[in-house]
Design a protein around this ligand. Structure first.
Ligand code: Z5A
Length: 214
């Protein structure tokens, strides 16, 4: 039994998850709530080490199944070291990506069977699921354009391994996230991510207030 709240942000590349995770955490903190902002893959020393492996640039380094297992290994470590202790301490945990990303990227994107995701989720999560998942929805072409524009602005910041995987891959992921949101409407909310940062932030805060009243 956990005392805190667990909010995850999901969506494809450039949907604005990191931006919105930062804005939501700041808004919750400004409202006097204890907040922890974290991310996946990563969020604890062991999980960050796995992140460095996963986001390296060799596209064909592992097959989808191995990749799925690596994401869940990182997640289990992240849960044990960071998320569960924070929830048990009563914090509001805002997490940039979580298990839905594995379902979207590795199952919808890379063709890993759903039953494998189910088995790994049962093994790794010990029944923990987010209280609220905000799925930021944007056409992949538009999201990728945002990421490319950012890379153009930051000297030396080339695309990571997933960003090099092609438009068809990102279209499957986009469809996957929509299917996830439609399948679990009590947990997930699909939000239009094409508005300004402020407009998306306001929609998110409204959803959090409605769905997770204090
Ligand atoms: N992955 C996986 O395959 N399986 C898994 O289980 C998990 C992850 C957990 C993590 O990369 C990669 O791992 C990811 C999926 C895979 N694939 N890739 N690549 P990451 O953590 O480095 O990257 P990301 O999660 O995809 O984040 P991102 O590409 O940075 O996108 P974002 O967080 O959604 O967007 P952002 O950083 O907030 O914004 C991107 C740019 O758009 C930036 O310049 C902003 O200033 C701009 N932006 C943001 N919002 C707006 C609005 N509203 N209007 C205009 N511009 C905006």
């Amino acid at each position: 039994m956990t005392a805190g709240r667990f909010i995850t942000l999901e969506g494809g590349e450039g949907a604005g998850k990191s931006t919105q995770a930062r804005l939501l955490a700041a808004a919750l903190a400004a409202a006097g709530l204890p907040v922890l902002r974290t991310r996946e893959p990563g969020g604890s020393p062991g999980a960050e080490a796995i992140r460095a492996l996963l986001l390296g640039n060799a596209v064909a380094r592992w097959d989808g199944v191995a990749e799925c297992m690596l994401h869940f290994a990182a997640r289990r470590e992240h849960l044990a070291a960071t998320i569960r202790p924070a929830l048990e301490a009563g914090m509001w945990v805002v997490c940039d990506r979580f298990a839905d990303s594995t379902l979207a990227y590795q199952c919808h994107g890379q063709g890993v069977p759903r039953r494998l995701w189910d088995g790994l989720a049962e093994l790794a999560l010990d029944g923990l699921r987010p209280d609220l998942t905000l799925v930021l929805d944007i056409a992949p072409e538009r999201g990728l354009a945002r990421v490319l524009e950012r890379a153009g602005q930051a000297a030396g910041a080339g695309p990571d391994r997933y960003e090099t995987m092609g438009l068809a891959f990102h279209q499957r992921i986009h469809a996957g996230f929509r299917a996830i949101a439609a399948a679990e409407p009590e947990r997930c909310l699909l939000l239009d991510a094409t508005g300004t940062e402020a407009a998306v932030a306001a929609a998110i805060l409204g959803a959090v207030r409605t769905r997770l009243p204090r």
